[in-house]
Each structure stands twice: as structure tokens, then as C-alpha cells.
Design a protein around this ligand. Structure first.
Ligand SMILES: CSC[C@H]1O[C@H](OP(=O)(O)O)[C@H](O)[C@@H]1O
Length: 366
């Protein structure tokens, strides 16, 4: 995406074709910091500590991690065995986003078919780059399909402002380009549709207040940051026309894992008759799980992410303790919205209902 006049992505390969460079999203919006990843441990750290986050981006980062493993593999003696072991470590970095295992396994399969150490490195590099470009194109395409939904609401409102609520950051920062939930927003905005976005701050790490607000602001999209708990009130008072969120893993039966709090938004949307859309590239569908509530692993993170809040004070990024020092905390990073609460999925092949039949209707090959 264009940021301050410059084409910007959250991940890219350095000119040395070895160093993986990522935006350290923990520092946004107040600092734009780029981190160099030159080891598998550095890639795992970047995923686990959320320098990079968001299902498609995690998948691409894991894919480049396989390239790094291939570069180190030759020195390890048995290259293929070493690479396989490193892939297991990469996949364990975070449990919920299905793209991580999908991206790592896709590159690993190609690498294992390569004959020499040099070929393994080249194959890994090329496949990781291919995944990045495919995900960018898939997000562009789903943006077009999703923008058609926004455009039709605009027509129903005779051009009056379309108010969209989104949760967390499912923007280009979570992907490669365009985003998932934001791709329809950018496309509709670029078409000239009068729209406004309610941006859930998204505790505890405030991906909405920090990242979505930063993205939308840089693109000139009208938006308002709100507390996570304001959405229901706005829906009750007719100030939300549709909800669009991303997902980290959606079952092929329509259950949706996404940032904690998404389920509550879906309940409020259903109670107020407001459409609730989930935007995703097909890489984020889980084609094996059928009951998302029971089967999708929900990451529990360091409770300090709840106990402390980060911000800018006196020109410095700092964090402050919120609850009493002695109070225990718990940090559930995701929840699962059952298919019955999902109006539809916005994918690179079009929009479908949240049912196994409709999902497989768009993706019959799975
Ligand atoms: C397009 S995937 C975005 C998805 O990922 C976020 O989780 P996290 O920031 O912890 O990686 C959130 O669930 C977003 O909806």
C-alpha cells in the first residue's frame, strides 16, 4: 500500500536475497521500525511476539522462515532432516492462525522435492515469494467482491454515509496488500463511496486503535476509534450498516476464529439485524475441522498483555500497569463465532453463505 507516498508492505526480502525484513508492528503507530530476520529463531520470535501478526502475514513469514532454514540446513549436515525439524518449530510459534502451518507446509513440500542444498534455498525463496504475491492478489479480489456489498448499501441509503464496524486489524498490515476486512473498505472508498469506519480499539493489544486507525488514516478513510464495548450501543441506534471482520481460521462449515470480542460483535449484529461479514482468502479456511468452537485452538498469551497498556508519553513509547499489581489476569487471544451468526464470507472468488455447501460451492476442489 502507499504510505506517505511510498509503496509499503509489512514484509519483504532484502536485496541480499537472504534477510527477511518486517515492520515491527508492536511499535506502530508511533514508531515505524523495521526488523531484520536472519535466523529461524528470529522468525519464530517475530511471530510469537507479534512483530508480525495476522493470518496471511503469519503464513508468509513462516514461509520465508523455511527459506532461512534451508540456508542453514547445509551446514547442519542432513539438510532435509534439519529443515523438517525447523518447520515443526515454525508451526508451533502461534496455534490459531491456520495460515502458519499452511504456508510452512506448502514451502516444505517443494523444498523436499529439490535435489541439492542450493536448489532447496532457491525453491523456498521462490515459493515464499509466490505465496506473498498470491495472497496480495487474493486480497485485491476479495476487496472487489466486498466493495460491491458496500456499494449496494450505499445505493440503498441514496448515497448517505455507509457506516462499517470492524474489529482488530485485518488490514494490509495483517496481510501483504489491501488486507481482508479492509480490502472492501479501501476499494469502496477508492470508488468514491461515502463511508465511515467504526474502529474497535481491540484490547488488550489495541490492534484496532494502533494499526487499523493508522492504516485508514494514511489512506484518508474517515474513521472513529471506539471502545470494544461501544459496538452494541451503536448498532442499537442505527449507526452501523454492516460489520466486516477478518479471521485467523474459519472451518469449511462456517465457524470463524477471530480476535477476542468478535463473537460478541456477531451477537449484537444478529440482535439488531445487521449483516456480519467475514473476509478471508481461501488460505484461511480450515478444510478439516467441522466444529470450530470445539476444535479451533485458542491461543492464551502472557497475562501482562492485559495488565499493562502501551502508549506514547513524553515522546517515548511506554507501558503502564492498569490493575492492582496483585490481581491475576488472563489473556484469551481469540474466540469462535458460530456459522449461524455469520451473514457471509467475502473471498477471492466471491461472497458465499456460512454453510459447508456454499463454501464448497465456491471452492469445489477442497
Ligand atoms: C487477516 S487476519 C487478521 C486477524 O489477525 C488478528 O489476530 P492477531 O493480531 O493476534 O494476529 C485478528 O484476529 C485479525 O482479525
Amino acid at each position: 500500500m502507499i504510505v506517505d507516498g511510498k509503496q509499503t508492505r509489512p514484509i519483504w526480502l532484502d536485496a541480499d536475497q537472504k534477510t527477511v525484513k518486517v515492520i515491527d508492528q508492536r511499535q506502530l503507530p508511533h514508531r515505524f521500525v523495521v526488523a531484520d530476520l536472519t535466523s529461524v529463531d528470529a522468525v519464530i520470535h517475530a511471530i510469537r511476539e507479534m512483530f508480525v501478526r495476522g493470518a496471511p502475514l503469519i503464513g508468509v513469514t513462516g514461509a520465508y522462515g523455511v527459506m532461512i532454514a534451508a540456508m542453514k540446513g547445509d551446514a547442519a549436515g542432513d539438510g532435509p532432516a534439519f529443515i523438517r525439524q525447523e518447520c515443526l518449530r515454525l508451526k508451533a510459534a502461534r496455534p490459531t492462525a491456520v495460515n502458519l502451518a499452511w504456508g510452512v507446509d506448502r514451502v516444505l513440500e517443494k523444498v523436499m522435492a529439490a535435489g541439492t542444498a542450493a536448489d532447496r534455498i532457491d525453491v523456498a525463496r521462490n515459493e515464499a515469494a509466490a505465496i506473498a504475491e498470491e495472497e496480495a492478489e487474493n486480497c485485491r479480489r476479495l476487496g472487489v467482491h466486498g466493495a460491491d456489498l458496500i456499494t449496494s448499501v450505499s445505493r440503498e441509503k441514496n448515497g448517505a454515509t455507509v457506516n462499517i464496524l470492524t474489529h482488530c486489524n485485518a488490514g494490509w498490515l495483517a496481510c501483504i496488500e489491501y488486507g481482508t476486512a479492509t480490502a472492501p473498505i479501501y476499494e469502496a472508498f477508492n470508488r468514491g463511496v461515502d463511508l465511515h469506519v467504526w474502529v474497535d480499539e481491540t484490547r488488550p493489544l489495541n490492534q484496532g486503535a494502533r494499526l487499523t486507525a493508522w492504516e485508514l488514516g494514511k489512506h484518508g478513510v474517515p474513521h472513529t476509534v471506539i471502545t470494544d464495548n461501544a459496538g452494541g450501543h451503536l448498532m442499537q441506534h442505527g449507526r452501523v450498516d454492516m460489520v466486516i471482520v477478518g479471521t485467523d481460521r474459519s472451518t469449511h462449515t462456517g465457524d470463524v476464529a477471530n480476535k477476542i470480542g468478535t463473537y460478541l460483535k456477531a451477537l449484537a449484529a444478529r440482535d439488531n439485524g445487521i449483516p456480519f461479514y467475514v473476509a478471508l482468502p481461501s488460505s484461511t479456511f480450515d478444510w478439516t475441522m467441522t466444529d470450530g468452537v470445539k476444535e479451533i485452538p485458542i491461543e492464551e498469551r502472557n497475562p501482562d498483555e492485559v495488565r499493562y497498556i502501551q502508549g506514547l508519553a513524553d515522546g517515548r513509547i511506554t507501558r503502564v500497569l492498569v490493575p492492582p499489581e496483585s490481581s491475576p489476569a488472563a489473556d484469551f487471544a481469540f474466540d469462535v463465532t458460530p456459522a449461524r451468526l455469520v451473514t457471509g464470507f467475502v473471498t477471492e472468488r466471491g461472497v458465499c453463505g456460512a454453510s459447508e455447501a456454499e463454501i464448497h460451492g465456491l471452492f469445489p476442489e477442497f
